[in-house]
Design a binder for this molecule. Structure first.
Ligand code: ADP
Ligand code: MG
Length: 722
């Protein structure tokens, strides 16, 4: 790209300065239809009936739905909405909406705005264009959406359009889940039941409800739109398929927590303003490790809400970036050689009284309860590390996991030294009673524990206990967090049940029985505990000795979603049926193939229509320059270094042409493979290698060919100019 164009890109003005000044609390949640809003708009009886239905998860009858719909419509129209839409999360990573206008004809030919309970409760998008992994071909062809009252409706403003969005699940007519939300809700129900049962076993009578909480820390890159649009790879695949690393990457370590540039801060401010209006508690913003990489983290919320909110955060990042002449890249690895983006999903369990089950308390009872929930979680992770791994498997995340920036594909649990010691003391019999001072001490010495964990911050662990919650760090930046959350909920549910059964069977002294069960469980789950460096070679070998799974590639990991063990577990808790699991597997393996196919095709297009022509032009200039110079100097100077350069260029061009041909042939061979699993392996084992080789040659050419001739912006421009 030429220098003048770079300068034009940098001179982009801040599109609109934020109003600023208004306290967040004065507009927080104003674009969500909260229960508070509903109370002012519904008769008291109806309002109470609605709350009761929500709390007890009862069916909302049509009369009540009509009242709620009408109130919702009035509110939305006051906010400027003209349309409504069921908003749902199909098995792609995107959200989906189909807008309908509120207007309806009256008998006299006039039109008025109307929104019925029936329209609120159920929608019928044409499901045929969403992936179903075979469910629709096996069963009935159509799908429908159903309102999820546990997540508030909200106003979506985009350009001139204002739409009332109604969070919904998406089901087939035969009742199978076609989306991410339905299984998440089922898993929340499952863990709530098992957690409450466990609380009762441990003697807690006060808590009425237990539910999972999530706090996803979202990483992303922000680049100038100008650069983005000049790169076919970014536009088509979300990541660069070519590009030599810049001379300065992140080695100076000056970006993380660095001061935020004005243009970026304006973007962040506008994004947060929009999120606050949607009732999303965005709390933290900062620069991340790589140049032009950032993070936004909300306060944690109930899992279903947090999941919807994360989807909205991703949409809002994209929308506000565009408004500011920027592009938010959510891909897990937009730039080779530069840190990728993940999402640390913080997970815990809370009760309706505001207690966190993974927060060590001050009494023996609190701490035994804490230990039980802690061990149940670790146990679940140990027994189902393979499912957890598969829940984050994607072609994009493959570039990240294990690349010394993100945890490896081996799932292990980090507890920190102090907690590990306590568990070991319980296991080896040094602590036998709940009243042991080390157990009481758990809560009191929590502050030093926390600060210690924060300083060593074992960032290499995929599943780390960080004081009062677990942090699942292998999740990809652009993925919907529902499935990983669904998996954690389900595997912990099973462990809570198993522990509960054992404690109940352990005799009349529940306290002693609990300690006995803990000891036995700790002994069994020791192999999953690892506080060391997850990036090291030694760990990979050690993990193998411990029998921990290490599925490095998506195509190797995905079959674990449909193993007999997985099917049995998910069916037992009615989270996903065998058909639903298999459909998810098919969708994901198919998407893997499609994504790699798009990447291969894009790389071929860029190579043949951009890289090769630019390189040939440079080669021609070089050749004629050498020829003419030789003539003028008449053999008075040794021209061999220049001829060497020409030869090197020509040789690289040949390699590019040959490898590009191999890529085209490889892709044709891939398309002939009808079995998706086999095709996925072929992409993984063959096509990816060819792509990497081709990239290497192109990147070498990038460093040789005249900068003015290079047909696309380079990493240094994209990453350092914004
Ligand atoms: P760090 O930045 O060291 O990882 P923070 O305390 O800043 O830790 O928390 C990071 C994320 O963890 C935030 O999004 C926060 O909301 C979330 N979080 C904190 N407590 C919980 C919890 N009990 N359940 C789920 N997420 C939580
Ligand atoms: Mg964190």
């Amino acid at each position: 790209m030429n220098t003048k164009e770079v300068i034009i890109a940098t001179e982009r003005k801040l599109s609109c300065l934020p109003e600023g000044g208004k306290p967040i609390s004065s507009y927080f949640g104003e674009n969500t239809f909260s229960t508070r809003e509903l109370r002012t708009r519904l008769p008291m009886d109806a309002y109470k009936a609605y709350l009761e239905a929500l709390e007890k998860k009862l069916k909302i009858d049509l009369a009540l739905a009509n009242e709620v719909a009408n109130a919702m419509k009035d509110w939305a129209i006051e906010k400027g909405a003209t349309h409504y839409s069921h908003w749902f999360q199909p098995m792609t990573s995107l959200t989906a909406e189909k807008h309908d206008s509120f207007i309806e004809p009256m008998e006299n030919g006039d039109y008025i705005e109307r929104f019925s309970g029936k329209q609120l409760v159920q929608g019928e998008p044409d499901a045929s264009n969403f992936p179903s992994g075979g469910i629709r071909t096996t069963f009935e062809a159509r799908g429908y959406t159903v309102w999820d009252p546990s997540s508030p409706a909200f106003i979506n403003k985009s350009g001139k359009g204002t739409t009332l969005c109604i969070p919904s699940v998406f089901l087939s007519y035969t009742g199978e889940a076609l989306d991410h939300k339905a299984p998440l809700l089922r898993s929340i129900n499952a863990i709530s039941d098992s957690a409450i049962r466990m609380m009762r076993i441990l003697g807690n009578r006060r808590s009425r409800r237990v539910f999972p909480t999530l706090g996803p820390e979202q990483e992303y890159f922000l680049i100038d739109r100008e650069f983005f649009h000049r790169r076919q790879d970014l536009v088509m695949t979300g990541r660069t398929l070519l590009g030599a690393p810049p001379s300065r990457g992140q080695q100076l370590e000056d970006h993380y927590f660095g001061s935020i540039k004005e243009r970026i801060l304006t973007f962040m401010h506008e994004t947060e303003e929009e999120l606050y209006r949607l009732g999303i508690p965005a709390k933290t913003r900062h620069n991340e490790v790589a140049p032009s990489q950032f993070e936004i983290a909300p306060l944690f919320e109930e899992a279903n809400l947090a999941t919807d909110h994360n989807a909205l955060v991703m949409e809002t990042l994209r929308k506000i970036a565009a408004r500011n002449g920027l592009i938010a890249l959510l891909h897990e690895k937009p730039f080779a050689g530069i840190n990728g983006s993940g999402k640390h999903v913080n997970w815990s369990l809370a009760d309706d009284l505001g207690n966190n089950m993974l927060n060590p308390g001050k009494t023996p009872h609190d701490n035994v309860q804490f230990l039980v929930f802690l061990i149940a979680t670790i146990r679940g992770v140990y027994h189902h590390a393979d499912i957890l791994r598969s829940s984050v498997a994607s072609s994009a995340n493959d570039h990240r996991l294990g690349a010394n920036e993100a945890p490896p594909a081996i799932i292990s649990v980090f507890l920190g030294d102090q907690l590990t010691k306590i568990l070991m003391d319980i296991e080896n019999g040094a602590i036998t009673e709940a009243t042991n001072s080390a157990i009481i001490d758990l809560g009191i010495s929590r502050i030093p524990v926390l600060s210690k964990d924060n300083t060593d911050r074992n960032r290499t662990s995929p599943f780390a206990f960080t004081g009062n919650k677990f942090e699942f760090r292998a999740v990809g930046s652009h993925q919907n967090i529902s499935f990983p959350a669904t998996v954690i909920n389900t595997i912990v549910t099973e462990s809570l049940d198993i522990l509960g059964d054992k404690i109940e069977a352990g005799g009349p002294n529940a306290k002693q029985a609990t300690m006995d069960v803990l000891r036995e469980e700790i002994r069994a789950l020791k192999p999953i505990l690892f506080n060391g460096d997850n990036y090291s070679q030694e760990w990979e070998m050690e993990a193998k000795r411990r029998g921990l799974p290490n599925k490095k590639a998506t195509c190797a990991s995905l079959p674990d979603m449909v193993s007999d063990k997985t099917i049995k577990l998910f069916e037992k808790y009615r989270v996903l049926s065998e058909v639903e699991l298999k459909s998810r597997y098919h969708v994901r393996i198919e998407r893997y193939c499609k994504k790699l196919d798009i990447e291969a095709t894009t790389l071929h297009c860029m190579t043949s229509s951009q890289v090769i022509p630019a390189a040939l032009e440079y080669q021609a200039r070089l050749a004629s320059s050498i020829e003419r110079t030789g003539k003028v100097l008449g053999g008075g100077l040794d021209m061999s270094p220049q001829k060497e350069l020409l030869k090197e260029t020509a040789d690289l061009i040949n390699r590019v042409i040959n490898t590009d041909r191999a890529l085209v042939a490889g892709r044709a061979a891939a398309l002939k493979i009808t079995d998706n699993a086999k095709r996925a392996s072929f992409y993984c084992d063959e096509i990816k290698c060819i792509m990497e080789e081709l990239r290497d040659y192109c990147d070498e050419l990038e460093l040789i060919v005249d900068d003015e001739l290079w047909p696309m912006p380079k990493f240094w421009e994209i990453l350092f100019i914004n």
